[in-house]
Design a protein around this ligand. Structure first.
Ligand SMILES: [Zn+2]
Length: 877
């Protein structure tokens, strides 16, 4: 599954609340025959199922998962005898127990059930959606624990079975499922047709998919596999880019993994109502239409990258998750970490100009950021209840697991890693796997201690900081490396802790003479402290050469200054990204003054790399937004303008024919930072001009720039502008255009306008899937923190209802951008009385982040002021 917003990641021990909700291991399913007949006049469906099971030991009852299902009839056939089953429901545990008078013997048995289910409005189970014209469709979303809402089932990932699915649909509707259509016949009765699908491969219940509605499609293929992109009526032409991406990605995986795509056909369906970002149902991937369907001529670079990445992610899941499934949710990283690792890898051969490896370096930085909280969690994390399982879909399962895989790949070498991954897939195809199944396969293939390294990253929370001290003697440098768990919490960091990682570290030493080549070597750090010797004496040693390592590096102040001097010539873009992140990490814990970071920024003045500057701008925005005393704002803005105006002038605000996607992205980033944090009059006037053009003719402005321009204009915008932006949501022609306006509604500063946005968010005009993201965006707008938070408290019941399964975590997660002790206490108080079982860890993390922000401002504001006094006065414009 792919979440839409990556909530900052998380912890903790829910153990005391854990009540096991697993099924008793008495019977295992082998085949399900499922028959669904949706009724759009009653918003429900008639269901009939036959489950072939193997009874493991004599028993008089079988327990299935079931929720919001109305049973009509249940029989169990065993040893030639049919017995009626008595059904007992346990609402809390979401089970149905089928009891028979005469015990079933071990061996084959058949369960037959007739029932009615609801086509609900909750975007889970078998649910109801509507397109822009109000036409209804029905579709499933079953991960993690909602197959039980569509059909009574052994709803745990390890119970894999084959599925024979049949749908009775209205004439004019089509039905789509995991496998190809085997037959499509008229009836039963007037106005219906019956669509029967071929038997699926063996798979988990959460991967079953059914979609029924008046969908249309475009079609292509890759390696003989037919690929279709479906949409609701009128949008199929917007699927061309996704189709091309899917064809390229599928071909890549066939080649890379050495295991051909195993499921016969592949459908990608764009849905107007969908709670997650996308879902990897076997052979039948569902998406929010906004991250599948786009107008290729006008779409932003960012959206194209996102769509391609999500397609790479979901198609990767066809192997990592669908073919080989984690045995239980505690290893969900075997799904999400691999799929995330594969996103950029699978897109790279198709779109090398996007430099996806640099986005990987940015992603590693975000994962380290989440993992530096005291309330983070290990990658492998126990979880029993549906709420606990849901909370595992976080930045640790996705971003950290992917970053650790990248490190491991660099350590054993790409070809060996590929052979290990392929071996793992072959060993466990159509079955289940645990974490150690993966690393034992890789250890065997690589003959390296992968099985010793991986547990230190998967079973321990947090990430190390590797401190580097180098000493020259004669013509040799002794490099002393020390590892220690990194915490944002200065007290915890300084106190130290016991974790020890087996850590692949790659070192790069300064060239012996100017213009020379830097030397590199890789080592495995196995102790807290270790020394290495290299020949020659240079002014610095970089501790994360290649930027593949999952750790922070800590340097002596003079080494940072020396690195800042050579940063452009001696470090690759990915290494520059990492050095920026590491220097900031040192600032966070008070190891370096904030001025060193700004010095490093000055050292990067000639840098034009989109990703390096993205990393830098993020931090410079943060400093301007949160760390500034009231009096220093002007000086900081002036310093920023002096630093960045030359870059903007060189690039120009006017897009040039034939320029790269990277340049387009960089221009939008520059417009944002100069206008928003730098308050640059020229950038702001450019933004106003572009906003006028967008509102008159959206196609006349490049989409990357349009989003930034609208956001800047909204900051000082009045109600007249607000009305025009709101009108834009109604006249938009593509999902991207809709969200361009929709998101701008959260960027105004006037509290009355933001209040309108909040009311709008919970009104029927906004799809429930979008309610929370709009409220969260208001909360993340500094001008909207208070009005957003007050609104959430006042309307909590509506907010929770609108949000579906991710409700609490999205709002609780959004509070992490506050930087105020009073607000922190309010959040704490409010959630003491309002339970958020799927966001318990997220809540602790948000509170922790607010604390650090407050602490960092106290710690660094004075240093920042004095640095600016010394460096910021001789400003340009
Ligand atoms: Zn996923």
């Amino acid at each position: 599954m792919k979440r839409t917003s990556l909530l900052s990641a998380q912890i903790l021990l829910l153990a005391s609340f854990v009540t096991a909700q697993r099924l008793p291991n008495i019977a295992v399913p082998e085949n399900y025959k499922l028959n669904f007949a949706p009724d759009f006049t009653k918003d429900n469906f008639a269901g009939e199922e036959t489950i072939q099971v193997r009874v493991l030991k004599p028993t008089s009852q079988i327990v299935l998962n079931s929720a919001e299902i109305e049973f009509h009839d249940a029989d169990i056939i065993s040893g030639g005898a049919t017995q009626k089953a008595k059904i007992t429901l346990d609402k809390e545990k979401e089970t149905a127990t089928l009891a028979v008078d005469k015990p079933l013997t071990a061996g084959a048995a058949t369960i037959h059930i007739k029932y009615t289910g609801t086509l609900n409005n909750e975007l889970r189970g078998f649910y109801l959606g509507k397109d822009g014209q109000g036409r209804k469709y029905a579709v499933t979303q079953l991960e993690s624990t909602d197959a039980r809402r569509a059909f009574p089932s052994f709803d745990e990932p390890a119970y894999k079975a084959t599925f024979d699915i049949t749908v009775i649909a209205d004439k004019g509707h089509i039905a789509i499922s995991n496998n190809k259509v085997e037959s499509d016949t008229p009836g039963p009765g007037e106005g219906k047709h019956t669509v029967k699908f071929a038997t699926t491969a063996k798979m988990s219940s959460y991967l079953v998919a059914v979609a029924v509605g008046d969908f249309e499609y475009i079609e292509g293929s890759a390696d003989g596999i037919p690929i279709r992109v479906y949409s609701t009526p009128g949008k199929k032409q917007l699927g061309a880019f996704a189709l091309e991406a899917a064809e390229n990605v599928l071909r890549y995986f066939d080649h890379y993994l050495g295991v051909k795509y195993p499921f016969g056909k592949l459908d990608l369906i764009g849905l107007p109502d969908f709670s997650a970002g996308a879902m990897e149902n076997t052979g039948c991937i569902t998406f929010r239409e906004s991250i599948l369907l786009l107008d290729e001529q006008h779409a932003s670079v960012d959206l194209k990258k996102e769509v391609a990445g999500v397609i790479g992610h979901e198609i990767a899941h066809q192997w990592f998750g669908d073919l080989v499934t984690m045995q239980w949710w505690d290893d969900v990283w075997l799904n999400e970490g691999f799929a995330t690792w594969m996103e950029s890898k699978s897109v790279e051969p198709w779109k090398p100009e996007w430099n996806p490896e640099l986005d990987d370096a940015l992603e590693t930085g975000r994962a380290l950021n989440a993992d530096s909280l005291a309330n983070t969690r290990p990658i492998h994390q126990a979880a029993e209840t549906p709420a606990q399982i849901l909370e595992l879909f976080d930045g640790i399962a996705y971003g950290k697991a992917a970053a650790v895989l990248r490190m491991l790949e660099a350590y054993v070498g790409p070809e060996t890693f590929r052979a290990g991954v392929s071996e793992y897939l072959k060993r466990h195809a159509y079955g289940s796997a645990k974490a150690d199944d993966f690393w034992s396969a890789l250890a065997q293939v690589s003959k390296k201690p992968v099985d010793k390294i991986m547990p230190t990253f998967v079973k321990q929370p947090g990430a190390p900081m590797v401190s580097v001290k180098s000493r020259c003697s004669g013509n040799a440098t002794t490099i002393a490396l020390e590892q220690q768990r990194y915490f944002y919490d200065r007290a915890m960091f300084n106190r130290g802790s016991d974790e020890l990682w087996l850590l692949p570290v790659c070192l790069k030493t300064a060239p012996a003479q100017a213009g020379g080549k830097a030397a590199e070597r890789c080592e495995l750090l196995t102790k807290k402290e270790e020394n290495f010797t290299v020949t020659g004496c240079g002014p610095w040693v970089l501790a994360n050469a290649g930027a593949k390592g999952y750790y922070h590096s800590g340097y002596q102040p003079e080494a940072v200054q020396a690195l800042a001097r050579d940063v452009e010539t001696a470090l690759s873009p990915a290494e520059r990204i990492t050095l920026l992140a590491d220097t900031w990490a040192a600032v966070e814990v008070g190891q370096q003054p904030i001025g060193d970071y700004l010095q490093l920024a000055e050292g990067l003045q000639a840098d034009r790399n989109r990703a390096v500057l993205e990393q830098l701008f993020k931090q410079l925005d943060y400093i301007g937004e949160y760390l500034m005393n009231d009096n220093d704002g002007d000086t900081y803005q002036a310093w920023l303008r002096r630093l960045l105006t030359p870059v903007a002038q060189q690039l120009g605000w006017e897009p040039k024919p034939g320029e790269s996607d990277e340049q387009k992205s960089l221009r939008a980033q520059l417009l944002h930072i100069l206008g928003y944090t730098g308050r640059d009059p020229e950038a702001l006037s450019e933004a106003r001009k572009l906003t006028e053009q967008v509102l008159k003719n959206p196609a006349s402005v490049e989409r990357d720039l349009a989003a930034t321009a609208l956001r800047l204009a909204a900051r000082n915008g009045d109600s007249a502008l607000y009305d025009r932006v709101l009108a834009g949501t109604k006249s938009s022609k593509t999902p991207e255009e809709y969200y361009l306006y929709f998101r701008t509604l959260a960027r105004f500063s006037d509290p009355r306008l933001l209040q309108r946005t909040l009311e709008y968010a919970i009104s029927p005009e906004v799809r429930s899937q979008d309610t929370l993201s709009l409220i969260a965006r208001v909360m993340n707008n500094r001008a909207g923190e208070k009005v957003g938070w007050d609104f959430v408290r006042l309307h909590w019941a509506e907010v929770e209802k609108a949000g579906g399964p991710f409700a609490s975590s999205e709002i609780v997660g959004a509070a992490d951008s506050f930087c105020d002790a009073g607000m922190r206490d309010e959040i704490k108080d409010f959630f003491t009385t309002h339970n958020v079982p799927a966001a318990e860890r997220t809540l602790k993390q948000s509170l922790e982040r607010v604390n650090y922000c407050v602490d960092l401002r106290t710690q660094q504001a004075g240093q920042l002021a004095s640095w600016l006094e010394r460096h910021g006065s001789s400003t340009g414009k």
